[in-house]
Design a protein around this ligand. Structure first.
Ligand SMILES: [Mn+2]
Length: 409
């Protein structure tokens, strides 16, 4: 090792073309924030690189899909790359699933600080400071394989700090065997994940901005510094402008609604303190049984949802409740299934659907104006297993609440 310190930033999966998705309803005051979030987060990545005076940025795939991105997103990226050029920050960029070097529009000339790695074979670039090579960056753009082939990164031993850039699934054990690689800059995962650290490092920084409830939690990029020797010290830098969050609250049977409301308020205060200046989109799940569960399903859920939105959803930054669901684990008593009542008929029908996954659940036919909203209909038709079983469980519980008369008629 030449003994010089190196600083670099590692980001992946910026997906500038992809907006947040999957919210049942988007309030007006959050539309702009949501629409701008992917670019805001990416801008924070590039800004961090400049503020931290890094030597180079590693973009490990899925930066932008030129055909589906708007002109605005492409112009934004070009602008950011130019800013980095002005600051003499080099950019090493491997292609992922959507941004292979051959997908880049020819008429947009990338600034000369940007290096794109080819598909099909690894390429090695030397990063120089004052004409002196201080790091090797070896990279390859993704091909059709979904897993990383670590064997292509076999390199001659050298005393230079060595980075490998790869896109796709990778196992810690197969990467760690390549002792010559000091830092694996991985891409393709949207949630951050460190495969190993010290002395060698392998990191998926994840997308700088989550896009849906499936990408809950903090999102950002990874800042790395090599001071002495060849071990990188890494630091996760949050960059997301909007954060998804799943919150569960357990309420014991017999809990009064006021107590539940107090728990929600306490939890909101904690979320707010942790989020800082980031807006948070929260999906609540209330796990409870008995009376409270019936009250919730009978309309209290909507009341609490409205209260949460009015009370916390309009603050700046917003803590917006996207949904509030009720989960009760208590099985219905077996006798209910044998009753000679409408409830019994209903539960037996639900159970048949639970036991035979091939029985169609054609809920789309109940949608008004079916032809008008195909996307909604397709959600019901797609019949994902988890969705189906949740739906049937909830239907059984709701049916039991609604069809069981308080008094025998
Ligand atoms: Mn991706």
């Amino acid at each position: 090792m030449s003994g010089e310190s190196i600083a670099f930033l590692h980001a992946s999966d910026l997906h500038l073309e992809q907006l947040p998705y999957g919210m049942p309803e988007v309030p007006d005051h959050l539309r702009k924030t949501l629409a701008e979030a992917p670019m805001q987060a990416a801008a924070r990545v590039f800004e961090t690189a400049i503020l931290e005076h890094v030597d180079f940025i590693l973009l490990a795939g899925d930066v932008i899909d030129p055909p589906t991105a708007g002109a605005r997103q492409l112009a934004f990226l070009m602008e950011q790359l130019d800013l980095l050029r002005e600051q003499r920050i080099a950019v090493y960029w491997i292609g992922g699933q959507i941004d292979g070097p051959d997908h880049w529009p020819e008429e947009l000339a990338l600034p000369d600080n940007v290096h794109r790695f080819p598909r099909g074979q690894v390429q090695q670039k030397l990063f120089r400071r004052n004409d002196h090579p201080i790091a090797s960056i070896i990279g390859i753009s993704a091909g059709s394989e979904s897993a990383v082939d670590a064997s292509v990164f076999r390199v001659e031993p050298s005393d230079r700090f060595t980075v490998a850039m790869a896109y796709g699934r990778a196992e810690a054990s197969s990467l760690a065997a390549y002792k010559q690689i000091d830092y694996w800059a991985l891409g393709g995962l949207h949630q951050s994940k460190t495969l190993f650290q010290s002395p060698q490092t392998a990191v998926y920084p994840g997308s700088p901005q989550g896009r849906s409830l499936n990408e809950a939690g903090v999102h950002g990029c990874t800042l790395a510094r090599v001071e002495r020797g060849r071990t990188a010290q890494t630091k996760f830098i949050p960059t997301d402008d909007v954060r998804w969050c799943c919150e569960s609250i357990q309420a014991a049977e017999g809990t009064h609604r006021n107590d539940l409301q107090r728990s929600l308020r306490d939890r909101m205060q904690r979320i707010s303190a942790e989020a800082g200046s980031t807006s948070v989109l929260i999906a609540w799940k209330i796990e409870t049984e008995g009376t409270l569960a019936s009250q919730l399903r009978g309309g209290l859920d909507r009341e609490l949802l409205d209260w949460l939105r009015t009370e916390f959803g309009r603050a700046q930054p917003a803590l917006w409740t996207t949904e509030l669901t009720v989960a009760s684990s208590a099985e219905l008593p077996e006798e209910s299934y044998e009753e000679d009542t409408i409830l019994g008929d209903f539960l037996r029908a639900v159970r048949q659907h639970q036991q035979d996954p091939r029985m169609p659940l054609d809920l789309a036919t109940y949608l008004p104006n079916r032809g008008k909203d195909r996307s909604l209909a397709s959600v019901f038709e797609s019949g994902e297993d988890a969705l189906r079983s949740n739906l049937l469980e909830e239907a059984a519980a709701l049916g039991a609440d609604l069809l069981r008369g308080e008094d025998v008629l």
